[in-house]
Design a protein around this ligand. Structure first.
Ligand SMILES: [Cu+2]
Length: 165
């Protein structure tokens, strides 16, 4: 048996003479992992409205608030407002185009750890934010009388968890 002929033909020749080898090669090619899917960051429009929940003007509707807002009351020196929505979810790398609506006569603000937007009364304010890091980030209004109630969170999902979406 002359082994040198096989060596000189190379792998292609060996596969051509051996159907089992050909099937193996084809199987290996078809099972090669596809390129890993990636997440393509996108721009998301989010409208956030400042909403009064329990404020001094509410006393005409809810008489019990006289006591709550009174000296020593649970809302003394405070008013309860909300961001609507208060929880927002995006993906790492996304650009958020915020549209803030403050229909009230009170000043508010929208504060993330690295982003602050003042929201004067009776105004609409546009602002852009890039969610550069995954995590759960607190949102607050920095008006002392609105804390700790006026708060929320920005959930930034890791891009890897959204691969292919
Ligand atoms: Cu506020």
């Amino acid at each position: 048996m002359n082994m040198s002929a096989g060596w000189n033909e190379g792998n292609a020749g060996a596969v051509m003479r051996n159907p089992a080898a050909a099937i193996l090669v084809l199987t290996m090619v078809s099972c090669a992992p596809p390129p890993a899917p990636r997440y393509t960051p996108r721009t998301r429009e989010i409208t956030v409205t400042m909403v009064p929940l329990l404020v001094r003007e509410s006393r005409t509707m809810y008489p019990f608030l006289d006591r709550a807002f009174g000296p020593g009351g649970v809302l003394a020196g405070k008013e309860v407002y909300a961001f609507s929505p208060s929880t927002m979810t995006v993906v790492e790398g996304d650009t958020i185009r915020f549209n803030f609506i403050n229909p009230e006569d009170d000043l508010h603000s929208f504060v993330l750890p690295d982003f602050t937007v003042a929201l004067p009364g009776n105004t609409t304010t546009a602002a852009t934010y890039v969610a550069g890091h995954a995590g759960i980030f607190p949102i607050v209004c920095n008006i002392a009388s609105h804390l700790p109630m006026m708060s929320g969170q920005l959930v930034v999902l890791p891009a890897a968890t959204m691969a292919g979406h």
